[in-house]
Design a protein around this ligand. Structure first.
Ligand code: ZN
Ligand code: ZN
Length: 286
């Protein structure tokens, strides 16, 4: 939606402005805050690109489709963020350790941090209103992300205020804030990497979805019982298979129709399930 694009554009402007200012004015805090904005918009763009690749139909070389492209993108993003955050944190710690005075010009970074807090809060309200009106949970999640972004900028603003008020002796607050922000980004990076690792390990979807799938299978006409049901995340989608027991005397045609009904029922309740493989067997088998 257009509010998503607005958020992306504003993040891009904020990222450029903060990182440039951080570099020119020697403020590590605003630079770290800028890295956060940068990672936000890189993530948005990369996910869009990843979904485009993932949606490509299966071909000869990739007979199961390209869904894991998203997992790959996620892993690369996590690694990139982790590396950048570690570098910023390390640099801030080194600056603090060697105690060489850094000629921080605090006015512009501080103004930018405060402006960023206000812009992000505004963006939160705008996005949340659209999210509530459309009932779109991903827009709502985006809104909350904008609000958490505001906290990153609040931290930067607080650190820079200490520098502005306290002068030379309080310069360490700029570096300390950078370390705090970098630590947060390291946590985010680790979480992203863990997510990617879980997907590579064929992690099951959450329990609510599993319950819904099981209910849909059980409720299908002709299904006497079922077992060996399993599902796994593949990129942003889900694949599953299940053994379904039917009347032993039913024809192949009937069995096949039941299998199709099971697939339709599952995809009706959970559209994210892209593949449903149904193994038909007579009631006494296992
Ligand atoms: Zn963010
Ligand atoms: Zn079986």
């Amino acid at each position: 939606t257009s509010v998503t694009w607005l958020g992306l554009a504003i993040n891009a402007v904020l990222a450029t402005g903060k990182m440039l200012t951080g570099w020119l004015c020697y403020s590590q805090a605003i630079f770290a805050d800028g890295l956060h904005s940068l990672s936000d918009c890189v993530t948005d763009v990369a996910v869009l690109a990843g979904i485009r690749i993932a949606d490509r139909p299966a071909d000869e070389q990739h007979p199961y489709g390209h869904r894991r492209a998203i997992t790959l993108v996620t892993a690369v993003l996590g690694l990139g963020l982790l590396a950048a955050a570690c570098l910023i944190g390390y640099r801030a710690m080194r600056t603090m350790a060697v105690r060489t005075p850094v000629p921080i010009r605090v006015a512009l970074p501080l103004a930018l941090a405060i402006a960023s807090v206000l812009i992000k809060e505004l963006l939160y309200r705008l996005t949340a209103r659209v999210g509530r009106r459309t009932g779109d949970t991903s827009v709502m999640a985006n809104a909350w992300h904008h609000r958490t972004d505001a906290f990153s900028s609040i931290a930067a603003a607080a650190g820079l205020t200490a520098v502005a008020v306290g002068g030379e002796k309080w310069h360490f607050m700029d570096h300390a804030t950078a370390i705090v922000l970098a630590s947060f980004l390291i946590l985010v990076g680790v979480r992203i990497l863990r997510l990617a690792a879980e997907e590579i390990m064929d992690r099951a979807p959450d329990q609510t979805m599993l319950d819904e799938i099981a209910r849909a299978v059980a409720a299908t006409d002709g299904v006497l019982s079922f077992h060996a049901i399993r599902a796994r995340s593949v990129g942003d989608k889900v694949e599953m298979d299940v053994h379904v027991q039917v009347d032993p005397e039913s024809t192949v045609r009937t069995g096949h129709a039941i299998a199709s009904d099971v697939r339709n029922a599952v995809q009706q309740c959970c559209p994210d399930v892209v593949t449903v493989i149904v193994h038909i067997e007579p009631t006494e088998a296992d």
